[in-house]
Design a protein around this ligand. Structure first.
Ligand SMILES: Nc1ncnc2c1ncn2[C@@H]1O[C@H](COP(=O)(O)OP(=O)(O)OP(=O)(O)O)[C@@H](O)[C@H]1O
Length: 866
């Protein structure tokens, strides 16, 4: 098999060298075999023989074989004959036109220029190329192909040009070059570079074409190496002197150059072959004068050349069948003649008439070959084509991918940027919208909190004011000093005005709170909806939303703190005042008790009560734990709680037990005099229990002066107890029989009242009047003489009671804490024998006011809003 030796690329890859593929080519081109005729100069022998020149080179394209000779006058018997030399053969004067005609003066360089130089370009393009020298022996074939050291032949020149060309292509291609040199002698193939007596076998492969089994390939780097190689090879070539040529080559010498090209970028691989063939002489056997082996040689040579001629003829005729297998030479040159090859035929001829027939045959041969139309293809191996195509496609795809990636990257970046920009814009818009809505909501909430805080402060202050007033009321009726009396006279209207003002303020605040709360609730719903939408659109806004919600909670906590601080300050002041107030009570109580006891009026019940008070004083705790919050103190809960979800109005100060709702218009009479009710629930029912005063019967009114929650039932039991102590046989249920003198200060037994008449107090009989009526217009007459008789100091001097010389009339004032009877009428309070009458006008007046209040407290009275 053909193998490369010492080749840098090919040598490393041992194995059969890929021959050009028939199917691997991708481009076709049509070309005739280029035929160049070279006419050598006459050699010395020919010159000496003075033979005529039968080849007349007209120009570089045409020659005339056996041209017409110059006419010389013909004399016969001394007489010039006019037209005819009967002794002379007529000249053929055949005009041959070839691709090129190199005359006798043409050098090998000139031949190279016209023959193989141009095929190197084709070789670099991937075409197989073939050059063979044809001609008779001694026609100058070897001289043309091999030449001499002084005048190297076209093989050397071609290889030199090949290396020169390779150098110019090395930038983008890698080359591996291997050469072989064989001879076909007597139909046997021999390796001239690896001499062996054993002929090599020709193998044909469908893919690689004709191959020489066992042929050595040699790598060369310079043309000079080739020259030496050729010289060595020619030494191994069979040569025998003939008559025509002293150094006649008796074999066909085939020098083949394998060029492997790999494109650096595409990795495309091209395998091309340049065949340079020096054929054996095509001379006639007679011309060689050989006999024996030499004759046999000539016969074989002629046979191979005949086969070559036949193939050329067939190729020229366009025959489908080409008899390549007729000889080893034609088999070997299959690729170079009719196959995938650009072929140059150099027909060497001698101009001498000595070789007239051979020259004529050569010219005919060459002319015939010139008609061969070859279809040649570039030799690109299938796999390499695919590989290179894949590589190329891959590269293109990679390039495209990169471009697309770049575009995509830009597009993505742009999209991301656009998306980010849109998101950022959306985010900003949402934030602005939310902040705007949140600011508005905060403003509303601030108003709501302010109003609710005002509600609670107001409620607390009113509670404390009422308590203070109650304390004053508790004391006033016992006072006889003018100063105290004056205090009461002044304070009552003031307190009642304060109460009325409180009611109004409550109504206003209630309205404000409920109105603001509605606004706040609506704003809150919108804000929450906005929060949800924003987070749904942009989940990253959740932090922003949560921050706002946390800020809202903090605002509420701060508001509660501020409120409690304010309430605490108020309570603190109240405790301080109350402590001062209470601190004097024990000594006073002790004096009173001892006074009563001194007059023997300290009943067992009173004594027990006194003892109870002592016990309580003994067990008073100095510390009230902060977590001991009174469960039933709704006012405390209301004041201390700031719940935006419960926009209730101020709570009633009365004990829950004592609060009922007036359900009809008749029962509305005293609502105005009550504390504002905390809720609709508390206003349901009837206003029966817990009234400060209660009409027991027409004669008796039980007054619960204590502002603090006082259980009527407890009071009644206490009254019964006192009655029993005083008169065990008395029916305790009949209060009319209770002696007022036996009652302690809590209970007052009224005289039988005439509801229709105003009781007028006789001035003479009632020198002292202690007034404590927070309710109605009354004209009362108090005769405290009896009291003066009763209340005497036990020890020491009696308590001085200032007598009031004239009855006192109190103008109708919507009072706070006034008693309201179940039937809706105001009750008079008779303290220790005072007579009270009902002023019916005041009832109607208060009823109207109560209705007004109900209207100003729509949320406090939801049942009545309709
Ligand atoms: N163009 C030429 N110029 C000068 N001398 C030439 C030329 N051609 C051939 N000769 C000479 O002619 C002789 C015969 O040439 P050559 O050996 O090349 O013939 P050939 O065709 O190879 O013969 P053979 O077939 O017998 O080998 C040689 O001595 C050679 O130097």
């Amino acid at each position: 098999m053909v193998r490369l030796q010492n080749g840098p690329g090919l040598g490393a890859k041992k194995g059969p060298v890929a021959a050009p593929s028939k199917t691997g080519s991708t481009q076709n081109m049509s070309a005739n075999i280029k035929v160049v005729v070279r006419v050598r100069p006459l050699n010395m022998k020919e010159i000496q023989s003075n033979n005529r020149v039968v080849v007349d080179v007209v120009d570089d394209k045409m020659l005339v074989f056996d041209p017409k000779q110059e006419t010389r006058p013909f004399f016969y018997q001394g007489v010039q004959q006019p037209n005819k030399n009967f002794l002379k053969r007529a000249n053929k004067e055949l005009k041959f036109v070839f691709d090129d005609v190199c005359g006798q003066e043409a050098s090998n360089q000139d031949v190279f220029e016209t023959t193989t130089k141009e095929i190197i370009a084709s070789l670099m393009e991937g075409y197989n190329c073939s050059v063979f020298a044809y001609g008779a022996t001694g026609a100058g074939k070897t001289f043309t192909m091999i030449g001499t050291l002084e005048n190297p032949g076209i093989t050397y020149l071609t290889m030199e040009h090949l290396f020169y060309t390779i150098d110019s292509f090395e930038k983008d291609r890698e080359f591996d070059i291997g050469v072989s040199y064989i001879e076909v002698y007597n139909e046997n193939v021999y390796d001239l570079l690896k001499p062996s007596s054993t002929p090599l076998q020709l193998r044909e492969d469908s893919k690689y074409g004709v191959m020489v089994a066992g042929l050595s390939l040699h790598s060369i780097r310079t043309a000079r190496e080739l020259l030496n190689m050729l010289e060595d090879g020619n030494k191994n070539r069979t040569q025998h002197p003939t008559d025509a040529n002293a150094e006649s080559s008796r074999s066909h010498a085939v020098f083949q150059v394998y060029v492997k090209m790999r494109y650096k970028i595409s990795s495309q691989l091209r395998m091309v072959k340049l065949s340079m063939i020096d054929l054996a002489g095509s001379e006639r056997a007679s011309a060689t004068g050989c006999k024996g082996d030499r004759f046999k040689e000539g016969a074989n040579i002629n046979k191979s050349l005949l086969s070559l001629g036949n193939c050329i003829n067939k190729l020229a005729d366009g025959s489908n069948y080409i008899p390549y297998r007729d000889s080893k030479l034609t088999r070997l040159l299959k690729d170079s003649l009719g196959g995938n090859c650009k072929t140059v035929m150099i027909a060497n001829v001698s101009p001498s008439s000595i070789t007239y027939e051979d020259t004529y045959n050569t010219l005919k041969y060459a002319a015939r070959a010139n008609k061969i139309q070859l279809s040649i293809k570039k030799n690109i191996v299938d796999g390499d084509i695919r590989l290179s195509q894949y590589v190329k496609i891959n590269e293109e795809l990679r390039k495209k991918i990169k471009e697309l990636e770049a575009k995509l990257s830009l597009s993505s970046l742009k999209t991301v940027k656009e998306s980010d920009g849109v998101k950022e814009k959306m985010s900003q818009q949402w934030r602005q919208r939310i902040q705007s809505a949140e600011s508005a909501h905060t403003a509303i909430e601030s108003r709501l909190i302010t109003n609710m805080c005002q509600q609670r402060v107001l409620a607390l202050r009113q509670r404390l004011r009422t308590r203070a007033f109650q304390h004053l009321a508790d004391l006033a009726h016992r006072c006889s000093t003018e100063h105290m009396e004056q205090m009461c006279v002044e304070d009552i209207p003031r307190q009642e005005r304060a109460a009325e003002s409180y009611v109004k303020q409550c109504a206003i605040l209630d309205t404000k709170v409920l109105s603001t709360w509605g606004e706040w609730d609506e704003s809150r719903k919108k804000l929450n909806l906005m929060y949800n939408q924003a987070v749904a659109d942009l989940p990253e806004l959740i932090d922003f939303v949560q921050k706002l919600q946390t800020q809202a909670k903090l605002r509420l906590v701060e508001a509660r703190d501020n409120l409690r601080y304010k309430l605490l300050a108020i309570e603190h002041q109240e405790i301080k005042s109350f402590t001062e107030y209470v601190s004097d009570m024990p000594s006073m109580l002790k004096k009173l008790y001892l006074t009563l006891k001194g007059y023997d009026r300290a009943t067992p019940a009173l004594t027990n009560e006194y003892l109870d008070i002592m016990k309580k004083a003994k067990s008073v705790k100095g510390i009230v734990w902060s977590d001991e919050v009174p469960d039933n103190d709704d006012l405390f809960k209301f004041v201390s709680t700031l719940d935006l979800e419960k926009p209730i109005s101020a709570i009633d100060f009365d004990d829950e037990e004592n609060i009922d709702l007036v359900t009809d218009s008749e029962d509305l009479t005293d609502i105005e005099n009550r504390e504002p009710l905390p809720s609709a629930k508390k206003r349901k029912g009837t206003f029966t229990k817990g009234t400060p005063m209660k009409l027991i019967n027409n004669e008796t009114i039980i007054i619960n002066d204590s502002f603090e929650s006082m259980d009527v039932k407890q009071a009644m039991n206490s009254a019964k107890k006192v009655k029993k102590e005083l008169s065990p046989s008395t029916d305790v249920d009949n209060y009319s029989t209770i002696d007022p003198n036996c009652l302690n200060s809590t209970f007052v037994m009224a005289n039988k009242m005439d509801w229709k008449k105003t009781v007028k107090v006789e001035p003479s009989s009632q020198p002292i009047k202690t007034l404590m009526d927070r309710t109605n217009t009354i004209t009362r007459t108090n005769n405290l003489n009896d009291r003066a008789k009763i209340v005497k100091p036990i020890v020491g001097k009696a308590i001085p009671f200032k007598r009031n010389p004239a009855p006192i009339t109190v103008k109708p004032v919507a009072g706070f804490g006034s008693g309201v009877a179940r039937d809706g009428t105001s009750l008079q309070r008779n303290v220790q024998g005072q007579k009270a009458t009902l002023n019916e006008k005041s009832v109607g007046f208060k009823a109207v006011r109560a209705k007004e209040r109900m209207q100003t407290h729509p949320y406090s009275r939801p049942a009545l809003r309709k």
